[in-house]
Design a protein around this ligand. Structure first.
Ligand SMILES: CC(C)(COP(=O)(O)OP(=O)(O)OC[C@H]1O[C@@H](n2cnc3c(N)ncnc32)[C@H](O)[C@@H]1OP(=O)(O)O)[C@@H](O)C(=O)NCCC(=O)NCCS
Length: 205
């Protein structure tokens, strides 16, 4: 993935795409649109990255995705969260893998290695998301495989992620070899009277 001033390292898989990033609506998944490439490891943060990730996160949220928000979340809140996440990538706390399509970011997943000596052998996988127009084509699986491979290359020995109950996500991870190791009942309030469990999944890698 070769964005100007952006991720120029070798991709985990796939050819390169070019920037700058698109932060507004883009033709995603069109048969005549730019091909999807990646997952690419983001080694350097381009100034447009937070906007592009924010656009993806917003599209995923509006489609009912379960990443920190509910469908009706205010756009500025989602974009602010993307800024924080990309700040963590810039600071080196978080390793981001992305899918590109032309100048848009159409999929992401990150791993956050444990920050202390006692947690340095483990990582937390966050923000697995694929643009809604591209669901069901294997991109989520490729991102998940890539983040596992990258985590292994970092020397991590186990991964944790959390998923919202009442969605297809727990089954999605279980089907891909992750083991449910616990849950926090009612930890996620998606609406009045609609509390969901946060389900924790572990993968030894
Ligand atoms: C979860 C997600 C990343 C999967 O990506 P994807 O590219 O559609 O997944 P794949 O094509 O690799 O796999 C398709 C599988 O996902 C399931 N799936 C399709 N849409 C889904 C959705 N909206 N949510 C969860 N699972 C979904 C399909 O049933 C299929 O399952 P199977 O392979 O076990 O039969 C994607 O659905 C997504 O971005 N969801 C919204 C964001 C989100 O909630 N992320 C999870 C945070 S824990």
């Amino acid at each position: 993935m070769s964005y100007p001033g952006g991720p120029d390292g070798p991709s985990v898989a796939g050819p390169e795409v070019t920037g700058p990033y698109v932060t507004g609506p883009a033709a995603i998944g069109q048969s005549d649109g730019p091909p999807v490439t990646g997952p690419h490891l983001i080694r350097e943060v381009h100034p447009g990255l937070a906007g592009a990730v924010g656009s993806l996160w917003l599209a995923v949220t509006r489609a009912g995705g379960a990443i920190g928000f509910t469908r009706d979340a205010p756009e500025p809140a989602v974009r602010a969260a993307a800024e924080v996440a990309v700040g963590d990538v810039r600071a080196g706390f978080e390793h981001l893998l992305a899918l590109g399509s032309g100048q848009a970011v159409v999929g992401t997943v990150s791993v956050v290695p444990g920050p202390s000596r006692v947690s340095a052998h483990r990582g937390t996988v966050v923000r697995l998301m694929v643009h809604p127009d591209l669901h069901g084509r294997g991109w989520g699986g490729r991102l998940l495989d890539a983040v596992v491979a990258h985590s292994r290359s970092l020397g991590l020995e186990q991964l944790l992620l959390s998923a919202r109950s009442g969605t297809p996500l727990p089954a999605y991870y279980a089907a891909r070899g992750w083991t449910e190791v616990g849950r926090w009942p009612g930890a996620v309030r998606v609406g009045p009277g609609d509390d969901r469990d946060e389900v924790w999944f572990q993968l030894r890698i």
